[in-house]
Write a protein that binds this ligand. Structure first.
Ligand SMILES: *Cc1c(COP(=O)(O)O)cnc(C)c1O
Length: 381
């Protein structure tokens, strides 16, 4: 039996243990402490953000961001449709309503054209959104210049979901640092992991300080336990943050490995018409968290699901592209704006795309095995 080749799994660097040991040695297991402060500082330095607060998950960080923006029952939030459910769940936690925005083909991320349409309608109907959640899919930055200009015109703040794009760069600036808030995730399959965790970043230090207050049950400054607003239990533990500090030491190495994996696929597949690797927009640098590609149905007669099954039968894990949120049963009835009517880009990407094994522990020989299975399974028209 061959080893199973995974999509993306935790890859420790070796430095994690020393930070955890320090926490044990000082009995600083919980709650906060040197590792949490250190991790926040080191991540903020890395992305050149003014302030960061560590959370139990990326989802929690989005929830805090929306709460800090004052989102409440009945409010509207625009959100990228082509993403993991966690981008939008916090909208529902606050009783607000999501409206989903299609992708455009150059980055697979939020379409400025569709966002403009959504704003024009909202403006006319006087149902303006309170925030726009922009996702950077699989490490690729969205068209931030265009999207930010539109949001600025309407005076609506951005929450940048950079859960998948830590280390990516858009025109010289770190992905996740463009909005009022940015969030990162350290879930098990992300480019670096703490076993589970997240980070909220912002240029506004007072908002980050407020996020720490909300994330620790919103306890007022009084000796007795007194509370005036709803709080959460979202602070990262000092042990978990220790893993994060060790992972920060290898982040650049992981990005280089992810990019090398992508390049190997790309070099092999570019000669096949109908195999299209995910683009990298000019002026951007992707961490290539997952190597993803499209099978053009005009040229290739197998579907992504057939290819995923063929890989699985060879003990290789691959996965479809995220199912657009406007197609999820949970969001039935929510409004959606397409890039072009009759050509819904996110649906086309979902129907024709797949994520290839992008595990940084995968050897070159193992990746050869993946490539061979793909070549043997392909059927051309
Ligand atoms: C992983 C992910 C999240 C959620 O992060 P968690 O840390 O798992 O809560 C949010 N958005 C996107 C796009 C993600 O991929």
């Amino acid at each position: 039996m061959t080893n199973r080749i995974l999509l993306s799994s935790p890859h420790m660097g070796g430095g994690e243990q020393k930070y955890i040991q320090e926490a044990f040695d000082t009995n600083w297991i919980a709650p906060l402490g040197a590792n949490v402060n250190g991790f926040e500082h080191e991540l903020a330095m890395y992305v050149k953000s003014k302030a960061a607060s560590a959370t139990t998950s990326g989802t929690g960080a989005i929830h805090l961001a929306l709460d800090l923006l004052g989102i409440k029952t009945g409010d509207i939030v625009f959100c990228s449709t082509l993403t993991f459910i966690a981008s939008a769940n916090p909208i529902l936690y606050l009783g607000a309503e999501p409206i989903f925005i299609d992708s455009e083909p150059d980055t697979w991320n939020m379409s400025p054209q569709a966002l403009t349409k959504a704003f024009e309608v909202a403006y006319q109907k006087k149902t303006m959104p309170k925030a726009v959640i922009i996702v950077n899919l699989y490490g690729q930055s969205a068209k931030m210049d265009e999207l930010m200009a539109i949001c600025k015109q309407y005076g609506v703040p951005i929450v940048e979901d950079a859960a998948e794009s830590l280390g990516s760069i858009y025109k010289g600036k770190a992905s996740g640092t463009f909005g009022k808030f940015g969030i990162y995730s350290f879930n098990g399959n992300k480019i670096i992991t703490t076993s589970g965790g997240g980070m909220l970043v912002s240029e506004d230090e007072s908002l980050i300080s407020r996020s720490r207050f909300l994330a620790t049950q919103a306890r007022d400054a009084a000796k007795h336990y007194q509370h005036s607003v709803v709080g959460y239990n979202y602070r990262m533990s000092n042990i978990v943050a220790g893993i994060g500090r060790g992972q920060m030491e290898v982040l650049d190495e992981r990005i280089a490995q992810k990019r090398a994996i992508f390049t190997r696929y790309s070099d092999e597949f570019q000669k096949y018409e109908g195999l299209i690797m995910m683009p990298e927009l000019e002026g951007t640098f992707s961490n290539r968290w997952l190597s993803t590609m499209l099978l053009d149905p005009a040229k290739i007669s197998i579907t992504p699901n057939e290819l995923i099954d063929a890989l699985d039968s060879e003990n290789i894990e691959a996965r479809p592209i995220w199912k657009p949120l406007h197609l999820q049963p949970l969001f039935e009835g929510c409004d959606f704006y397409a890039h072009i009517d009759n050509d819904i880009v996110s649906e086309r990407l979902f129907e024709t795309g797949l994520c290839l094994p992008s595990d940084t522990k995968m050897t070159e020989e193992e990746q050869e095995r993946v490539i061979k299975v793909i070549k043997n399974t392909l059927r051309f028209k």
